[in-house]
Design a protein around this ligand. Structure first.
Ligand SMILES: Cc1cc2nc3c(=O)[nH]c(=O)nc-3n(C[C@H](O)[C@H](O)[C@H](O)COP(=O)(O)OP(=O)(O)OC[C@H]3O[C@@H](n4cnc5c(N)ncnc54)[C@H](O)[C@@H]3O)c2cc1C
Length: 446
């Protein structure tokens, strides 16, 4: 099975797919190996037999400021599969007090919207927002709640919900610096970066299937049910991929992009340090049609549900960093979360419609300052082995945007190691691995 000059991508989540579509566009020969029978990993939709309709494994909210995701979506020709509200408006509903408002950032990076009470969080002043600038220079070990005032109304109504959603980590634990990066790339760039993109049908129809179709059209070798069990290494490079019942020998100019989750990567790559603390996300999907006037999605304050999404025949809610909920029985969660939906969409709380609870216990790594220290770079100590995945240090939290950036960064390294015979001496510690450079990050954006 030796195939010189081929790029072997292991893992068919968005990180692996982003690498694959980038490389195939540059006429590289690509083989994609996925252990399960479907691509998409933690970002996919499926036909739920209980509800009898399509649901996502979890609601995923993308914003126009997710530049890598947008580039990927354009590359796979899937822009038309998203609902894209014309205006950047993020609706919020305070379930305790019943207040409703929209955060409506103005177009450019100058935040003149802060001067309009109708565009801000009710009860806040323009000067309240300035405290977010403190996040930028926060100590590396500082958390969001240490830098922003957790007793303020703005924290309760904006910073906390955004931080928990973006980091999948409580504000008390989440890294202040990482939250700054998210804010800088979205709210900090104004309304044009805050316009939402919501998949019209499902995650697979928007982010996965179009990529697979493109790869197939361009001749990629795609193998499902191919679980990588081990990698053989010799003289500073990966030499063989061992799948169940199959071994793929790597030619001298072959490369490997390992785009599997963190714990799997740590099992396959010797002495690889990865984040090892994961946070759960709970989703509830209710088979029911939302009122026509209900917003496409909304942030919920003061309840258990945190975000609600209106789909064609389903209403879905998300709870991030849901440690307090993962052990609660599905039936009581269904009732509890439906009460929030009913209040948000002003529909009767009884009867509770058929619903499906999806608990992802290890949805993403917990974005604490300590866990960020454990993120590896794209490059490894092996010349032809590169890492991709949401846990790799993309400078962003474990999100679709971070995963896609990591895939682009890994793809950008292929072709730069043109001298495969040049052996990189194995090194002992992570600190000595080739760091991901500013240049890597720059090149990662196509
Ligand atoms: C419930 C939930 C809600 C989320 N909400 C959001 C959101 O709103 N916005 C957002 O941006 N992000 C969100 N995320 C995070 C986002 O889904 C992930 O960050 C992203 O999908 C990770 O992609 P990945 O390619 O790095 O990893 P994965 O999706 O985990 O892909 C890895 C792939 O590798 C395969 N694999 C594993 N082991 C092997 C092996 N040995 N051999 C071959 N293949 C293997 C797996 O089957 C999988 O397909 C959410 C995640 C979850 C779970």
């Amino acid at each position: 099975m030796t195939s010189p000059g081929r790029v072997h991508i292991v893992g068919g989540g968005v990180a692996g797919l982003a690498a694959a579509v980038t490389l195939i566009a540059k006429t590289h020969r690509v083989a994609l190996y996925e252990s399960s029978q479907h691509a998409g990993g933690r970002c996919r939709s499926f036909l739920d037999p209980e509800l009898g309709c399509l649901i996502d494994n979890g609601n995923h909210l993308l914003l126009a400021g997710n530049t890598a995701a947008l580039a990927y979506i354009e590359r796979i020709g899937a822009l038309d599969t998203f609902e894209r509200p014309a205006e950047a408006a993020i609706p919020f509903i305070d379930l305790a007090g019943g207040e409703r408002w929209e955060l409506r950032p103005s177009q450019g990076a100058v935040p003149w919207w802060l001067l309009s009470a109708a565009r801000r969080v009710p009860g806040t002043r323009p000067s309240d927002y300035l405290e977010a600038l403190r996040l930028r220079h926060a100590a590396l070990d500082a958390t969001v709640a240490e830098v922003l005032d957790p007793r303020s109304l703005l924290f309760h109504r904006l910073w906390q919900p955004l931080a928990v959603a973006a980091l999948n980590t409580s504000a008390e634990q989440g890294s202040a610096r990482l939250f700054w990066r998210v804010l800088a790339e979205t709210l900090g760039r104004g309304g044009s970066a805050c316009r939402a993109l919501v998949p019209r049908e499902g995650l697979s129809e928007s982010l996965i299937d179009p990529a697979l179709a493109l790869l197939r059209r361009k001749g990629a070798d795609i193998r499902f049910g191919a679980r990588l069990r081990a990698i053989n290494f010799a003289e500073g490079r990966a030499t063989e991929l061992l799948f169940d019942g199959d071994a793929v020998a790597l030619g001298m100019s072959d490369s490997v992009i390992l785009a599997v989750p963190a714990t799997t990567a740590a099992r396959l790559v010797p002495a690889l340090t990865v984040p090892d603390d994961h946070a759960p996300i709970v989703n509830a999907h209710f088979r029911c049609v939302a009122p026509a006037e209900a917003p496409l999605f909304a942030g919920l304050i003061g309840g258990t549900a945190e975000w609600v999404f209106k789909k064609r025949e389903v209403i879905s809610v998300t709870v991030s960093a849901a440690d307090r909920l993962v052990d609660e029985p599905a039936e009581s969660l269904r009732e509890r979360l439906w009460r929030d939906v009913a209040a948000a969409y002003r529909i009767p709380p009884e009867p509770v419609p058929p619903g499906r609870i999806v608990k992802e216990r290890r949805a993403t790594f917990r974005a604490t300052p300590g866990q960020l220290e454990r993120r590896p770079a794209t490059a490894t100590r092996w010349n032809n082995l590169h890492l991709a995945g949401d846990y790799v240090d993309s400078g962003l939290p474990a999100t679709v945007e971070g995963a896609i950036r990591s895939g682009f960064a890994a793809a950008a390294r292929i072709g730069r190691n043109r001298n495969p015979a040049a052996v990189v001496a194995p090194v002992a510690t992570r600190q000595m691995e080739t760091p991901e450079t500013a240049e890597d990050r720059q090149r990662a954006l196509p």
